[in-house]
Design a protein around this ligand. Structure first.
Ligand code: NAD
Length: 372
């Protein structure tokens, strides 16, 4: 069983899908690891580090003969030419955004496994790349916003006078939003937060922040399908817009994280609402790559509107390459090891998780969400 780890090619991608730690652990299962030269550079891991952990380093034909290819993002199909028939491609494959690539994996007879489709069930928590990366993104978004903000976060009483605390508003309280709340609190901001899922109200309070919720129209009660949000009714959207309008004018920092699986991100902040904010305020749009929560946000740019800075990196976890790679790689190891069949010397998936993440098999696109 050969597992290949490719160097990421996407612009701005600094992460890597294996670390010396996971190379060691995968080798202990009986796999032979081949890592592309330079794969760990962005995350501060040298070829020597990988070699010392037991991997072979290759500069060309890295996937040749591999039964499993690991990636952070989906590799270019051209790089997989020599992979074993039916080899697994295990990565964040962006199945809706990169449909042509998925079709190419199918045509090449590869079995593409989209790690972002991992079901949100207890036994798969340790394999969940969305959670491990969103947590880091929520943290980094607050730091980036703090850096762009021309004032301090905590209240400071000094001999030269008092600096007042920043007011931070977190919109969308999933994994990223919870970490954003915690980070903004640690920096000393006064924090409020909102979500459409009523279950998040208690979580917001337990982190010492103030919940701001639409009360007159029902939101999503309980955890919904796998804990995810859905598109809200026009009535709810109108009530939410009014609530945001009355709250946002008093905020200095806004972090938006709202996503709806398989759809464009919901628009939460309009240009007219931005115009009511104090000049110098900062908005970080974590959903910018999925269409954006904020009108006027542009990926990887700081846009100024009405004196308010709007920022959002398309790939925020890549700003923390070492930690992001360590957690991502462990997610992949936890996945492969949980299904490792000692007798066959390879992982064998069960139906629940296999059907959830398998995009292609036997030359076909097989995933329900990609058919029709
Ligand atoms: P996500 O990235 O899909 O969305 C981020 C947040 O935005 C969510 O809280 C969502 O409710 C919110 N949102 C969507 N539309 C909105 C709108 N119009 N206005 C305001 N907020 C809006 O979510 P996520 O971070 O992936 O987490 C989703 C859920 O899954 C959470 O309940 C989380 O605890 C749960 N989860 C479970 C597991 C597990 O059990 N294995 C693992 C990870 C996450």
């Amino acid at each position: 069983m050969t597992i290949a780890v490719l160097r990421e090619r996407a612009t701005g991608e600094s992460r890597v899908a294996a670390t010396p730690e996971t190379v060691r652990k995968l080798s202990a299962l009986g796999a032979k690891l081949v890592v592309e030269s330079g794969a760990g550079k962005g995350a501060g891991i040298s070829d020597d580090d990988f070699q010392a952990a037991g991997a072979a380093i290759a500069s060309a034909d890295v996937a040749a003969g591999a039964q499993i290819v690991l990636g952070v993002q989906g590799p270019d199909p051209a790089l997989l030419a020599g992979a074993a028939p039916g080899a697994w491609i295990v990565a964040g494959l962006d199945p809706f955004g990169q449909r042509a690539r998925v079709d190419a994996y199918a045509a090449a007879g590869l079995e593409a496994l989209a790690m972002e489709f991992m079901p949100r069930i207890t036994r798969a928590q340790s394999m969940d790349i969305l959670s491990s990366q969103a947590n880091l993104a929520g943290y980094k978004a607050v730091l980036v916003a703090a850096n762009l903000y021309g004032r301090a976060f905590p209240m400071m009483m000094t001999a030269a006078g008092t600096v007042s605390a920043a007011k931070a508003f977190i919109m969308g309280v999933g994994v990223a939003g919870l970490q954003a709340i915690a980070t903004a609190r640690r920096l000393g901001a006064q924090v409020s937060a909102t979500d459409v899922r009523s279950a998040t109200k208690e979580q917001i309070q337990s982190l010492g922040a103030k919940p701001i919720f639409v009360e007159n129209v029902a939101g999503i009660e309980g955890e919904g399908a796998g804990g995810y949000a859905t598109e809200m009714s026009p009535e709810y959207q109108k009530a939410q817009a009014e609530l945001v309008s009355s709250h946002i004018a008093k905020q200095d920092i806004v972090i938006t994280t709202a996503l709806i699986p398989g759809r464009a991100a919901p628009r939460l902040i309009s240009d007219a609402q931005i115009a009511t904010m104090r000049p110098g305020s900062v908005i970080y749009d974590l959903a910018v790559a999925q269409g954006g929560n904020v009108e006027g946000s542009v990926a990887d740019q700081v846009v100024e509107r009405h004196g308010v800075k709007i920022v959002g990196y398309a790939n925020t976890p890549a700003l923390l390459p070492a930690d992001a790679s360590a957690l991502f790689s462990r997610n992949l190891f936890n996945f492969l090891s949980a299904f490792w069949d000692k007798e066959q010397g390879r992982p064998v998936l069960d139906e629940e998780i296999g059907n959830a993440i398998r995009l292609t098999q036997g030359g076909q696109v097989v995933h329900e969400r990609l058919k029709g």
